[in-house]
Design a protein around this ligand. Structure first.
Ligand code: SF4
Ligand code: SF4
Length: 222
């Protein structure tokens, strides 16, 4: 899932400064699961903004709405009548959701209320970890399902780097060495011979470094 974090209330106050009639718009998918931008967070942030504006002696109207997915026009459409009523939208969707709303309403200020962080998983209650850097050319099949691009601090495809200590990464000692994990995993599944291969430099042309990417599925365009 996409993992994001809420901006602070002072940051949000600064972002919506000058607007008197705001819609705080939540998203019911990834950011709900990572407790950043679902219905509950929309309610908390809206209340906090109302109280903060009253304390400043400049009360603003803040209303709340959460749609199922902000990154999909079908769901954005369900909020169309509501969005039109406000000076600005404070989106608690991920970066894609915010931009999808902004594109749909070119004349309306649409602000990001979250910091979108990474693609990851819920590791344990309240703890999310990054697992995929969306490189566009997945190599998980070669490395036992453990991503060296994301989880090795040096993004090495021919690791380890030689700096790990007691199975911890030399760059981030709070993290396990990704290459230690890869070795153990390949050994456990009987594929350790894969490590005999020298991997060529990764082709990064499919990654974000080539600019924003588009995927076209011709079979769905008929
Ligand atoms: S190899 Fe690329 S696509 Fe696959 S998990 Fe790692 S970053 Fe993500
Ligand atoms: S110690 Fe392991 S995870 Fe850290 S940079 Fe070296 S190979 Fe990568």
């Amino acid at each position: 899932m996409i993992v994001a974090q809420r901006k602070t209330i002072p940051e949000l106050q600064n972002i919506i400064k000058g607007h008197k009639n705001i819609l705080v718009l939540g998203c019911g998918t990834c950011v709900t699961v990572c407790l950043a931008g679902g219905e509950r967070e929309v309610s908390i942030i809206s209340s906090a903004l109302r109280i903060a504006s009253k304390k400043l002696g400049e009360p603003i109207k803040v209303n709340e709405l959460t749609i199922e997915r902000q990154c999909d026009n079908v769901f954005i459409e369900t909020a169309a009548d509501e969005i039109k009523k406000y000076d600005a939208v404070l989106s608690l969707g991920c970066g894609a959701g915010v931009q999808a709303i902004a594109e749909r309403y070119p004349d309306k200020p649409v602000y990001a209320g979250l910091d979108t962080a990474f693609l990851g998983i819920l590791e344990s209650r309240g703890v999310w970890t990054e697992k995929c850097a969306q490189c566009g050319a997945c190599v998980l099949a070669d490395f036992g399902g453990i991503c060296p691009v994301t989880r090795c601090a040096k993004h090495m495809l021919n690791g380890p780097c030689g700096g790990s200590r007691v199975e911890r990464c030399e760059i981030s000692p709070n993290q396990p060495c990704a290459w230690q994990l890869i070795y153990k995993r390949l050994k456990d599944i009987g594929e350790v011979d894969k490590l005999k291969k020298i991997y060529p430099a990764k082709n990064w042309s499919k990654s974000l470094d080539g600019g924003s990417r588009t995927i076209i599925r011709e079979d769905h365009r008929i």
